[in-house]
Design a protein around this ligand. Structure first.
Ligand SMILES: *Cc1c(COP(=O)(O)O)cnc(C)c1O
Length: 235
């Protein structure tokens, strides 16, 4: 079996164990394979091994990969689903809106507006998560937690976007810190859902190679895993 297929299998086993440990159904967490810096051939191996959801951070890098992977008719069984997970620059909103199925990293209303404006009418609405700066780092992306509810509202009101939930990347550091960051994210998610049930948020994008167990224990519904599937990234 190719290495990427073996790695994928290991990650699936970890995910299933994490779900079992917190009494959740094994298919309640979606695995997103994060392919930044890896070539289309690596992604194709993952696709051949049954992986469907792919995450990318940079538009210029992603577009050739999206073109290289077999597309099928959009959304058909076996064709890849593309998630944009990197910082969204204003001048990249068109490329994202035209080529991706999800954006996990919306942190400003102006960006949401542009994504909606550029979303082609023949495609379904773009799925959106609002990114929250859950560790409060000055340097990190994401809306401040107290602004997240208002931003969710703004996204939900845009015609070509579909609000799905929240995303966060905890500050690097000790594992107990990421667990408590994921707990704060979950609390915020539940607060917003309780305050505005009409928003119908169903997605919590949290967890990476090193901490997916903690994220699943705190209610994650989408983990974004790069290194554990494709290997260590070259700088
Ligand atoms: C790179 C990246 C990941 C994957 O990180 P790994 O530690 O390699 O699993 C997840 N989320 C985001 C936003 C990333 O940029």
């Amino acid at each position: 079996m190719p290495l990427i297929a073996q790695n994928l299998e290991k990650v699936r086993v970890r995910l299933a164990a994490a779900c079992r440990a917190s009494g959740r159904l094994p298919d309640s967490v979606r695995l997103i394979a994060v392919g930044k810096t890896f070539p289309p051939a690596a992604l194709a191996q993952a696709l051949a091994a049954g992986q469907r959801d792919f995450g990318e951070n940079y538009v210029q890098e992603a577009l050739p990969k999206i073109g290289a992977l077999p597309q099928g008719s959009r959304g058909s069984r076996g064709s890849p689903i593309w998630h944009f997970i990197g910082p969204v620059q204003s001048n990249k909103t068109r490329g994202i809106a035209e080529n991706f199925d999800w954006v996990h990293s919306v942190e400003r209303e102006k960006i949401a507006q542009r994504l909606s404006d550029f979303r082609p009418s023949e495609l379904p609405p773009l799925n959106v998560c609002v990114q929250v700066n859950i560790s409060g780092e000055a340097s990190k992306s994401g809306a401040a937690p107290h602004e997240a509810g208002a931003l969710c509202h703004a996204v939900a009101a845009l015609p070509r976007l579909k609000l799905r939930g929240l995303m966060a990347i905890p500050a690097p550091g000790a594992k107990e810190h990421s667990r408590s960051a994921y707990r704060r994210l979950r609390k915020l998610f539940e607060e917003i859902r309780r305050a505005w049930p009409a928003l119908q948020m169903d997605a919590l994008s949290a967890g990476m190679s090193d901490d997916l167990e903690d994220a699943v224990a705190e209610g994650s519904t989408m983990v974004r895993v790069g290194t554990a599937i494709f290997g260590t990234r070259q700088k």
